[in-house]
Design a protein. Structure first.
Length: 398
Protein backbone atom coordinates (compact mmCIF):
# COMPACT_ATOMS: atom_id res chain seq x y z
CA UNK A 1 0.00 0.00 0.00
CA UNK A 2 2.72 2.46 0.90
CA UNK A 3 5.59 0.90 -1.02
CA UNK A 4 7.31 2.34 -4.05
CA UNK A 5 9.94 0.55 -6.09
CA UNK A 6 9.59 3.12 -8.84
CA UNK A 7 12.96 4.50 -9.93
CA UNK A 8 13.33 8.26 -10.34
CA UNK A 9 13.18 9.42 -13.95
CA UNK A 10 14.02 13.10 -13.71
CA UNK A 11 16.45 15.32 -11.83
CA UNK A 12 15.71 15.31 -8.10
CA UNK A 13 14.49 18.94 -8.23
CA UNK A 14 11.84 17.79 -10.73
CA UNK A 15 10.94 14.62 -8.85
CA UNK A 16 10.32 16.72 -5.73
CA UNK A 17 7.61 18.67 -7.54
CA UNK A 18 6.18 15.83 -9.57
CA UNK A 19 3.62 13.85 -7.57
CA UNK A 20 2.82 10.51 -9.13
CA UNK A 21 -0.86 10.66 -10.14
CA UNK A 22 -1.38 7.03 -9.12
CA UNK A 23 -0.33 7.59 -5.51
CA UNK A 24 -3.88 8.51 -4.52
CA UNK A 25 -7.03 7.61 -6.43
CA UNK A 26 -9.22 10.69 -6.66
CA UNK A 27 -12.60 10.67 -8.40
CA UNK A 28 -12.44 14.40 -9.18
CA UNK A 29 -8.86 14.68 -10.51
CA UNK A 30 -7.97 17.22 -7.83
CA UNK A 31 -4.73 19.02 -8.68
CA UNK A 32 -3.73 19.05 -5.01
CA UNK A 33 -3.80 15.74 -3.11
CA UNK A 34 -7.01 15.87 -1.00
CA UNK A 35 -6.82 15.92 2.80
CA UNK A 36 -8.70 12.83 4.00
CA UNK A 37 -9.53 14.24 7.42
CA UNK A 38 -11.19 11.11 8.71
CA UNK A 39 -10.49 8.67 11.53
CA UNK A 40 -12.36 5.71 10.08
CA UNK A 41 -13.57 4.41 6.69
CA UNK A 42 -16.93 2.82 5.81
CA UNK A 43 -16.63 -0.87 4.97
CA UNK A 44 -18.74 -2.73 2.40
CA UNK A 45 -18.91 -5.91 4.43
CA UNK A 46 -18.39 -7.15 7.99
CA UNK A 47 -15.85 -9.83 7.14
CA UNK A 48 -12.78 -7.55 7.21
CA UNK A 49 -12.20 -7.85 3.47
CA UNK A 50 -13.54 -4.33 2.82
CA UNK A 51 -11.70 -1.33 1.42
CA UNK A 52 -8.03 -0.44 1.18
CA UNK A 53 -8.29 1.61 4.39
CA UNK A 54 -10.18 0.91 7.59
CA UNK A 55 -8.76 3.28 10.24
CA UNK A 56 -6.36 6.22 9.95
CA UNK A 57 -3.92 4.87 12.54
CA UNK A 58 -3.34 1.95 10.15
CA UNK A 59 -3.36 4.01 6.97
CA UNK A 60 -4.81 7.13 5.39
CA UNK A 61 -4.74 8.13 1.69
CA UNK A 62 -3.15 11.56 2.33
CA UNK A 63 -0.45 9.88 4.40
CA UNK A 64 0.03 7.27 1.65
CA UNK A 65 0.54 10.05 -0.90
CA UNK A 66 3.42 11.63 1.03
CA UNK A 67 4.89 8.22 1.92
CA UNK A 68 4.97 7.11 -1.72
CA UNK A 69 6.49 10.47 -2.66
CA UNK A 70 9.16 10.27 0.05
CA UNK A 71 10.04 6.68 -0.91
CA UNK A 72 10.68 7.91 -4.44
CA UNK A 73 12.76 10.90 -3.28
CA UNK A 74 14.82 8.84 -0.82
CA UNK A 75 15.11 5.91 -3.28
CA UNK A 76 13.70 3.76 -0.51
CA UNK A 77 11.85 0.47 -0.84
CA UNK A 78 9.37 1.92 1.60
CA UNK A 79 8.90 5.19 3.48
CA UNK A 80 6.79 6.16 6.47
CA UNK A 81 5.79 9.50 7.91
CA UNK A 82 5.37 9.82 11.66
CA UNK A 83 4.52 12.56 14.13
CA UNK A 84 8.04 13.96 14.79
CA UNK A 85 11.70 13.28 14.08
CA UNK A 86 12.04 11.87 17.61
CA UNK A 87 9.12 9.54 16.91
CA UNK A 88 11.03 8.29 13.86
CA UNK A 89 13.98 7.37 16.09
CA UNK A 90 11.68 5.91 18.74
CA UNK A 91 10.04 3.64 16.12
CA UNK A 92 13.48 2.53 14.86
CA UNK A 93 14.72 1.86 18.40
CA UNK A 94 11.80 -0.57 18.91
CA UNK A 95 13.75 -2.91 16.60
CA UNK A 96 16.42 -3.20 19.34
CA UNK A 97 15.74 -5.80 22.02
CA UNK A 98 17.00 -5.98 25.60
CA UNK A 99 20.59 -7.27 25.63
CA UNK A 100 21.37 -5.89 22.19
CA UNK A 101 23.70 -2.95 21.59
CA UNK A 102 23.66 0.37 19.77
CA UNK A 103 26.72 2.25 18.54
CA UNK A 104 26.12 5.98 18.11
CA UNK A 105 28.13 9.14 17.67
CA UNK A 106 29.42 11.39 20.44
CA UNK A 107 28.20 14.56 18.75
CA UNK A 108 24.46 14.15 18.30
CA UNK A 109 21.30 16.23 18.49
CA UNK A 110 20.44 16.66 22.21
CA UNK A 111 17.05 14.92 21.93
CA UNK A 112 18.68 11.91 20.25
CA UNK A 113 21.16 11.67 23.11
CA UNK A 114 18.25 11.90 25.59
CA UNK A 115 16.30 9.05 23.99
CA UNK A 116 19.41 6.86 23.69
CA UNK A 117 20.19 7.52 27.36
CA UNK A 118 16.63 6.48 28.23
CA UNK A 119 16.82 3.15 26.37
CA UNK A 120 20.20 2.41 27.93
CA UNK A 121 18.91 3.19 31.44
CA UNK A 122 15.49 1.52 31.26
CA UNK A 123 15.43 -0.95 28.34
CA UNK A 124 18.64 -2.89 28.97
CA UNK A 125 20.21 -1.74 25.71
CA UNK A 126 23.92 -0.87 25.87
CA UNK A 127 24.72 2.33 23.96
CA UNK A 128 28.32 3.04 22.95
CA UNK A 129 28.97 6.70 22.07
CA UNK A 130 32.06 6.91 19.88
CA UNK A 131 33.73 9.45 17.63
CA UNK A 132 32.12 8.51 14.29
CA UNK A 133 34.56 10.69 12.34
CA UNK A 134 36.94 7.73 12.81
CA UNK A 135 35.54 4.46 11.34
CA UNK A 136 37.99 2.49 13.56
CA UNK A 137 36.21 3.74 16.71
CA UNK A 138 32.96 2.25 15.37
CA UNK A 139 34.64 -0.99 14.32
CA UNK A 140 36.15 -1.47 17.80
CA UNK A 141 32.65 -1.65 19.31
CA UNK A 142 31.08 -3.96 16.71
CA UNK A 143 29.93 -7.28 18.15
CA UNK A 144 28.60 -9.81 15.60
CA UNK A 145 26.08 -11.10 18.15
CA UNK A 146 25.04 -8.05 20.15
CA UNK A 147 25.25 -5.06 17.80
CA UNK A 148 21.81 -4.32 16.41
CA UNK A 149 22.07 -0.71 15.32
CA UNK A 150 24.79 1.70 14.25
CA UNK A 151 23.38 5.22 14.35
CA UNK A 152 25.14 8.00 12.46
CA UNK A 153 24.54 11.72 12.04
CA UNK A 154 26.54 13.32 9.23
CA UNK A 155 27.03 16.24 9.38
CA UNK A 156 26.49 16.21 13.11
CA UNK A 157 24.34 18.71 14.95
CA UNK A 158 25.91 21.03 16.15
CA UNK A 159 29.66 20.51 15.48
CA UNK A 160 29.19 19.66 11.78
CA UNK A 161 31.45 16.61 11.90
CA UNK A 162 31.38 14.10 9.05
CA UNK A 163 31.15 10.31 9.25
CA UNK A 164 32.35 8.16 6.37
CA UNK A 165 28.91 6.57 5.95
CA UNK A 166 30.02 4.47 2.97
CA UNK A 167 33.00 2.80 4.68
CA UNK A 168 31.27 2.39 8.03
CA UNK A 169 28.19 0.78 6.44
CA UNK A 170 30.37 -1.65 4.45
CA UNK A 171 32.34 -2.73 7.56
CA UNK A 172 29.22 -3.06 9.72
CA UNK A 173 27.56 -5.31 7.12
CA UNK A 174 30.72 -7.40 6.79
CA UNK A 175 31.26 -7.91 10.52
CA UNK A 176 27.65 -7.86 11.80
CA UNK A 177 25.31 -9.08 9.05
CA UNK A 178 22.24 -8.68 11.26
CA UNK A 179 23.03 -5.11 12.34
CA UNK A 180 21.24 -2.14 10.80
CA UNK A 181 23.03 1.03 9.77
CA UNK A 182 20.74 3.97 10.50
CA UNK A 183 21.49 7.54 9.41
CA UNK A 184 19.79 10.66 10.70
CA UNK A 185 20.01 12.66 7.45
CA UNK A 186 18.12 15.71 8.74
CA UNK A 187 21.07 18.09 8.37
CA UNK A 188 21.42 17.34 4.64
CA UNK A 189 17.86 16.45 3.56
CA UNK A 190 17.41 13.91 0.74
CA UNK A 191 18.19 16.70 -1.72
CA UNK A 192 21.89 16.76 -0.79
CA UNK A 193 22.67 13.27 0.47
CA UNK A 194 21.21 9.84 -0.20
CA UNK A 195 22.37 7.58 2.59
CA UNK A 196 20.53 4.46 1.38
CA UNK A 197 22.71 4.63 -1.75
CA UNK A 198 25.76 5.00 0.53
CA UNK A 199 24.87 1.70 2.23
CA UNK A 200 22.56 2.65 5.11
CA UNK A 201 19.65 0.31 5.85
CA UNK A 202 17.43 3.04 7.28
CA UNK A 203 17.51 6.81 6.77
CA UNK A 204 15.38 9.11 8.85
CA UNK A 205 14.63 12.81 9.07
CA UNK A 206 13.07 15.36 11.28
CA UNK A 207 10.52 16.51 8.67
CA UNK A 208 10.07 19.54 10.92
CA UNK A 209 13.23 20.93 9.28
CA UNK A 210 14.12 21.20 5.57
CA UNK A 211 11.47 18.82 4.26
CA UNK A 212 8.58 21.02 5.39
CA UNK A 213 10.70 24.18 5.38
CA UNK A 214 8.37 26.68 7.08
CA UNK A 215 8.29 25.66 10.75
CA UNK A 216 4.57 25.13 10.56
CA UNK A 217 4.47 21.42 11.41
CA UNK A 218 6.25 18.62 13.24
CA UNK A 219 6.98 15.43 11.31
CA UNK A 220 9.37 12.52 11.00
CA UNK A 221 10.22 10.52 7.87
CA UNK A 222 11.73 7.02 7.77
CA UNK A 223 12.94 5.30 4.59
CA UNK A 224 14.34 1.77 4.36
CA UNK A 225 16.00 -0.44 1.76
CA UNK A 226 14.46 -3.82 2.63
CA UNK A 227 10.81 -4.79 2.57
CA UNK A 228 11.30 -6.97 5.67
CA UNK A 229 12.62 -3.97 7.67
CA UNK A 230 9.69 -1.93 6.32
CA UNK A 231 7.26 -4.58 7.61
CA UNK A 232 8.75 -4.34 11.12
CA UNK A 233 8.64 -0.53 11.06
CA UNK A 234 5.04 -0.51 9.83
CA UNK A 235 4.06 -2.93 12.60
CA UNK A 236 5.43 -0.54 15.26
CA UNK A 237 3.88 2.54 13.63
CA UNK A 238 0.43 0.94 13.44
CA UNK A 239 0.66 -0.71 16.86
CA UNK A 240 1.84 2.44 18.64
CA UNK A 241 -0.20 4.93 16.60
CA UNK A 242 2.72 7.12 15.63
CA UNK A 243 1.73 7.81 12.01
CA UNK A 244 1.39 11.41 10.85
CA UNK A 245 -2.12 12.90 10.75
CA UNK A 246 -3.79 13.78 7.40
CA UNK A 247 -3.41 17.57 7.61
CA UNK A 248 0.27 17.44 8.59
CA UNK A 249 0.84 14.83 5.85
CA UNK A 250 -0.62 17.28 3.36
CA UNK A 251 1.51 20.17 4.66
CA UNK A 252 4.61 17.99 4.46
CA UNK A 253 3.83 17.00 0.86
CA UNK A 254 3.35 20.66 -0.05
CA UNK A 255 6.61 21.67 1.66
CA UNK A 256 8.71 18.97 0.01
CA UNK A 257 7.91 20.30 -3.47
CA UNK A 258 10.03 23.42 -2.85
CA UNK A 259 12.89 21.64 -1.06
CA UNK A 260 15.25 21.91 -4.05
CA UNK A 261 14.92 25.63 -4.62
CA UNK A 262 14.99 26.41 -0.89
CA UNK A 263 18.07 24.30 -0.29
CA UNK A 264 19.98 25.84 -3.22
CA UNK A 265 19.35 29.35 -1.90
CA UNK A 266 19.91 28.45 1.76
CA UNK A 267 23.25 26.80 1.14
CA UNK A 268 24.53 29.53 -1.14
CA UNK A 269 23.66 32.04 1.63
CA UNK A 270 25.35 29.77 4.19
CA UNK A 271 28.57 29.73 2.16
CA UNK A 272 28.66 33.56 2.03
CA UNK A 273 28.13 33.72 5.79
CA UNK A 274 30.73 31.04 6.55
CA UNK A 275 33.30 32.96 4.48
CA UNK A 276 32.42 36.23 6.22
CA UNK A 277 32.83 34.66 9.68
CA UNK A 278 36.07 32.91 8.73
CA UNK A 279 37.43 36.24 7.49
CA UNK A 280 36.84 37.60 11.02
CA UNK A 281 39.33 35.02 12.34
CA UNK A 282 36.59 32.97 14.06
CA UNK A 283 36.67 29.15 14.23
CA UNK A 284 33.89 28.18 11.83
CA UNK A 285 32.44 24.68 11.39
CA UNK A 286 30.99 24.32 7.88
CA UNK A 287 31.75 21.53 5.39
CA UNK A 288 31.61 23.94 2.45
CA UNK A 289 34.81 25.62 3.65
CA UNK A 290 38.07 24.13 2.40
CA UNK A 291 39.35 24.55 5.99
CA UNK A 292 36.85 21.93 7.25
CA UNK A 293 38.97 18.89 8.26
CA UNK A 294 36.68 16.55 6.31
CA UNK A 295 35.93 18.81 3.35
CA UNK A 296 36.89 16.18 0.74
CA UNK A 297 35.13 13.33 2.54
CA UNK A 298 31.91 15.34 2.75
CA UNK A 299 32.13 16.14 -0.96
CA UNK A 300 32.45 12.42 -1.71
CA UNK A 301 29.26 11.65 0.22
CA UNK A 302 26.95 14.52 -0.67
CA UNK A 303 26.23 17.13 -3.30
CA UNK A 304 26.30 20.17 -0.99
CA UNK A 305 27.24 21.59 2.38
CA UNK A 306 23.75 22.46 3.64
CA UNK A 307 22.71 25.54 5.55
CA UNK A 308 23.65 24.89 9.18
CA UNK A 309 27.01 26.14 10.48
CA UNK A 310 28.46 26.86 13.86
CA UNK A 311 31.29 29.00 15.16
CA UNK A 312 33.22 29.59 18.35
CA UNK A 313 34.06 32.94 19.91
CA UNK A 314 36.11 31.66 22.87
CA UNK A 315 33.85 33.45 25.40
CA UNK A 316 30.35 32.39 26.50
CA UNK A 317 29.37 35.96 27.51
CA UNK A 318 30.47 37.32 24.14
CA UNK A 319 28.49 34.61 22.34
CA UNK A 320 25.39 35.48 24.36
CA UNK A 321 25.75 39.16 23.49
CA UNK A 322 26.15 38.35 19.78
CA UNK A 323 23.05 36.13 19.74
CA UNK A 324 20.97 38.66 21.64
CA UNK A 325 22.11 41.56 19.43
CA UNK A 326 20.96 39.93 16.18
CA UNK A 327 17.64 41.22 14.82
CA UNK A 328 17.04 39.51 11.48
CA UNK A 329 18.30 36.21 12.90
CA UNK A 330 15.60 34.86 15.20
CA UNK A 331 16.72 33.31 18.49
CA UNK A 332 15.12 29.87 18.11
CA UNK A 333 15.92 26.21 18.13
CA UNK A 334 15.33 24.19 14.93
CA UNK A 335 16.72 24.72 11.42
CA UNK A 336 15.89 24.14 7.77
CA UNK A 337 13.27 26.88 7.64
CA UNK A 338 13.03 29.78 5.18
CA UNK A 339 13.86 32.17 8.07
CA UNK A 340 17.39 32.43 9.46
CA UNK A 341 17.90 31.42 13.09
CA UNK A 342 20.65 31.86 15.66
CA UNK A 343 21.12 29.87 18.85
CA UNK A 344 23.53 28.64 21.51
CA UNK A 345 23.30 24.82 21.42
CA UNK A 346 24.59 24.24 24.98
CA UNK A 347 21.84 26.45 26.41
CA UNK A 348 19.10 25.53 23.95
CA UNK A 349 18.92 22.51 21.59
CA UNK A 350 21.56 20.52 23.48
CA UNK A 351 20.78 21.69 27.02
CA UNK A 352 19.35 18.24 27.85
CA UNK A 353 22.85 16.75 27.60
CA UNK A 354 24.31 17.03 31.14
CA UNK A 355 27.06 19.67 31.39
CA UNK A 356 29.72 17.10 32.37
CA UNK A 357 28.91 14.95 29.31
CA UNK A 358 29.02 18.02 27.07
CA UNK A 359 32.49 18.72 28.50
CA UNK A 360 33.68 15.13 28.04
CA UNK A 361 32.50 15.28 24.42
CA UNK A 362 34.21 18.64 23.81
CA UNK A 363 31.02 20.52 22.97
CA UNK A 364 32.05 24.18 23.39
CA UNK A 365 29.76 26.18 25.68
CA UNK A 366 30.41 29.33 23.60
CA UNK A 367 29.33 27.66 20.34
CA UNK A 368 26.86 29.69 18.25
CA UNK A 369 24.80 27.84 15.66
CA UNK A 370 23.44 29.58 12.58
CA UNK A 371 20.62 28.08 10.52
CA UNK A 372 20.51 29.99 7.29
CA UNK A 373 17.30 30.85 5.46
CA UNK A 374 16.40 32.29 2.08
CA UNK A 375 16.71 36.02 2.84
CA UNK A 376 19.14 38.17 0.83
CA UNK A 377 22.65 37.24 1.98
CA UNK A 378 23.75 40.88 2.29
CA UNK A 379 21.02 41.58 4.84
CA UNK A 380 22.02 38.51 6.82
CA UNK A 381 25.71 39.45 6.79
CA UNK A 382 24.99 43.08 7.70
CA UNK A 383 22.81 42.02 10.62
CA UNK A 384 25.45 39.58 11.84
CA UNK A 385 28.21 42.19 11.45
CA UNK A 386 26.14 44.66 13.46
CA UNK A 387 25.48 42.02 16.16
CA UNK A 388 29.23 41.23 16.36
CA UNK A 389 30.08 44.93 16.64
CA UNK A 390 27.39 45.56 19.27
CA UNK A 391 28.82 42.66 21.27
CA UNK A 392 32.32 44.18 21.10
CA UNK A 393 33.97 42.42 18.13
CA UNK A 394 35.89 44.55 15.63
CA UNK A 395 34.50 43.58 12.26
CA UNK A 396 36.53 43.49 9.03
CA UNK A 397 34.25 44.41 6.14
CA UNK A 398 35.09 42.90 2.72
C1 LIG B 1 19.46 16.13 13.70
C2 LIG B 1 18.10 16.04 14.34
N1 LIG B 1 17.45 14.86 14.34
C3 LIG B 1 16.25 14.71 14.90
C4 LIG B 1 15.60 15.77 15.49
C5 LIG B 1 14.26 15.56 16.11
O1 LIG B 1 13.25 16.09 15.30
P1 LIG B 1 11.83 16.61 15.85
O2 LIG B 1 12.06 17.89 16.55
O3 LIG B 1 11.03 16.73 14.60
O4 LIG B 1 11.34 15.57 16.77
C6 LIG B 1 16.23 17.02 15.51
C7 LIG B 1 15.61 18.23 16.13
O5 LIG B 1 14.68 18.28 16.81
C8 LIG B 1 17.51 17.15 14.93
O6 LIG B 1 18.17 18.30 14.96
N1 LIG C 1 13.31 21.89 24.10
C1 LIG C 1 13.55 21.03 22.97
C2 LIG C 1 14.65 21.58 22.12
C3 LIG C 1 14.48 21.20 20.69
S1 LIG C 1 15.91 21.44 19.69
C4 LIG C 1 15.28 21.32 18.05
C5 LIG C 1 16.27 21.05 16.97
N2 LIG C 1 16.59 19.68 16.84
C6 LIG C 1 17.54 21.81 17.04
O1 LIG C 1 18.63 21.21 16.98
O2 LIG C 1 17.48 23.04 17.09
C7 LIG C 1 13.94 19.65 23.49
O3 LIG C 1 14.37 19.55 24.63
O4 LIG C 1 13.80 18.67 22.77
Amino acid sequence: MVGSTEKTRYHLATELVYIDGDAVKDNYNAASVPIYQTATFKQSSADGSGGEYDYSRSGNPTRTAVEVHMAKIMKAERAFVVSTGMTALDVILRLVKTGQEVIAGDDLYGGTNRLLTYVSQYNGVKVHNVDTTDPKRVEEKLDPVKTRLVLLESPTNPLIKIADIRSIAARVHEICPSALVVVDNTMMSPYLQNTLELGADIEYHSGTKYLSGHHDLMAGVIGCREQSVGDQLYFVINASGSGLGPFDSWLLLRGVKTLGIRMEKQQSNAMEIAEFLEAQGLKVHYPGLASHPQYELHRSLSSGAGAVLSFETGDVGLSERIVESAKLWGISVSFGCVNSLISMPCKMSHASIPAEIRKQRHLPEDLIRLCVGIEHHEDLINDLARALETAGVQVKRG
